[in-house]
Design a protein around this ligand. Structure first.
Ligand SMILES: [Zn+2]
Length: 181
C-alpha cells in the first residue's frame, strides 16, 4: 500500500467528470487500499477517488462515521447511486480533505439509501442516517464535481480562495493531520 497525494482546491482535477468502474479488478482494489491508507493517515471521515486524482466513481467512508468501530475497515462504495433522500434536513459544519482547515455549514438530508458495488464487485444497498448520511452526501457530491466551496457564500468563497492559494503542501498536511476531515 502507499500514501497518495490529496488533491487540493482549486485544482481543476476536482471538477473533472468521473467515470463508472467497468470491472472491480486488481487495479481498483489496489486504488481502494491506497485510498484507505491515505484517509487513515489524515484521520479523514471519507475520501473520494477524485480527491487522489482518479476519476473512478468510488468513495470510502470511515467505519466510525458509518456507526462502526474506529478500528473496522472503511466502507467502500463503487458506482454508488443515491436514492430516497429524506425531505427532513439539518445544517452542520463540514470539512473536506481537499479544503484543509475550512469548515462550511451545509444543509443535508437526514436519511437516504445508497446502492453500490463492494470491493468484490457485489451489489449492496445501505440505509443511512445522520452523520453517516451526511458523509455519503458529501462524498457523492465529489463524484458530480460539487465541492464545499459551492455551498459557501461570496465572502466565505473569497476567504477560502485566499487561504488555499497560499497554502503549501506541507502546511496542508499539518492541518489535515491535526484536524482531519
Ligand atoms: Zn470532500
Amino acid at each position: 500500500m502507499s500514501l497518495l497525494k490529496i488533491v487540493r482546491f482549486p485544482s481543476p482535477v476536482l471538477r473533472q467528470p468521473t467515470q463508472e468502474v467497468k470491472a472491480v479488478d486488481r487495479d481498483i482494489r489496489r486504488l481502494v487500499e491506497d485510498m484507505m491508507e491515505t484517509m487513515c493517515d489524515v484521520n479523514g471521515a471519507g475520501l473520494a477517488a477524485i480527491q487522489v486524482g482518479s476519476l473512478h466513481r468510488i468513495f470510502i467512508i470511515e467505519a466510525l462515521a458509518a456507526g462502526g468501530e474506529k478500528t473496522d475497515v472503511p466502507l467502500v462504495f463503487i458506482n454508488p447511486v443515491l436514492s430516497n433522500l429524506s425531505t427532513e434536513t439539518d445544517v452542520r459544519d463540514e470539512g473536506c480533505l481537499s479544503f484543509p482547515g475550512v469548515f462550511i455549514s451545509v444543509k443535508r438530508s437526514l436519511k437516504l439509501q445508497l446502492s453500490a458495488l463492494d470491493i468484490d464487485g457485489k451489489p449492496f444497498t445501505v440505509d443511512a442516517e445522520n452523520f453517516f448520511a451526511r458523509a455519503i452526501q458529501h462524498e457523492h457530491d465529489h463524484l458530480v464535481n460539487k465541492l464545499l466551496y459551492d455551498h459557501a457564500g461570496p465572502i466565505k468563497r473569497q476567504m477560502i480562495k485566499r487561504k488555499l492559494d497560499k497554502m503549501t503542501d506541507e502546511e496542508a498536511m499539518d492541518i489535515l493531520r491535526t484536524y482531519g476531515d
